[in-house]
Design a protein around this ligand. Sequence first.
Ligand code: GLU
Length: 281
Amino acid sequence: MPSPVLRFAPSPNGLLHLGHAYSALFTAVWAEALGGRFLLRIEDIDLTRSKPEFTAAIFEDLAWLGLAWEQPVLQQSTRFPVYAAAAGRLRARDLLYPCFCSRAELAATSGGTDPDGAPLYPGICRHLSEAEIRQRFAEGHQANWRLKTDEATALTGVLTYSVAGPTPADRPQIRYARPERWGDVVLQRKGTPTSYHLSVVVDDDAQGVTHVTRGRDMEPATDIHVLLQMLLGLSSPSYTFHKLILDAEGKKLSKSKGSTSLRSLREAGRTAAEIRQELGF
Ligand code: GLU
């Protein structure tokens, strides 16, 4: 058995809130219980939304909470060529195709939604000829590169993943992945050689991550992650999905809704010990 490696992997596109604090503490405590390593990874592939000041704030807030992580910290923005190479391997197997549809065109489609509630891609660009594709690129259009999910799953066959926790008393379970419910997901975004799904599986493998711990709301993404792990010959960690921290209305905290940040709690005089206790650590 490889020695356990766990990671907390925030995106520096805003200040961390109590939901992040819970996830980071959960991961660190789980790593300690397993006698494993705790890594921090900065998921900053979105160059327009990621800001260095938010990365600095992540370091500050996590240290304030009493967490310690290994150095150096991997920043995904330094690894675009690695992700492009992984996508290149899928392209070489004809498993990706360029999609030129605009957001407005996508919003106007009607064919069901994926687990995130986004419209399922109806495959419009999957039928473009080589000549049409060449012409669109020659005209300066950018493409999202989508996975031919049905062809990919036909290659891999039935996929499963193992779930442990969220408490040590929970029996480990094997669950089926259902990548088809995501349709043809984007693996390389317009102007970026990667996407969340692609970078996360490449880096979990590169960093030897054995246990992925993340919020319950992210379990559906595992469908795509295990599919990519199988296609790319990457390791498949065990998964633990923890509870979500909710606001007074029972909604998940989020940066975009401006949920109270750890920084503002600290500035209001709350101590790290109080926050840890409130979150059950
Ligand atoms: N970077 C992602 C986020 O901030 C999630 C990381 C993961 O667990 O894969 O929500």
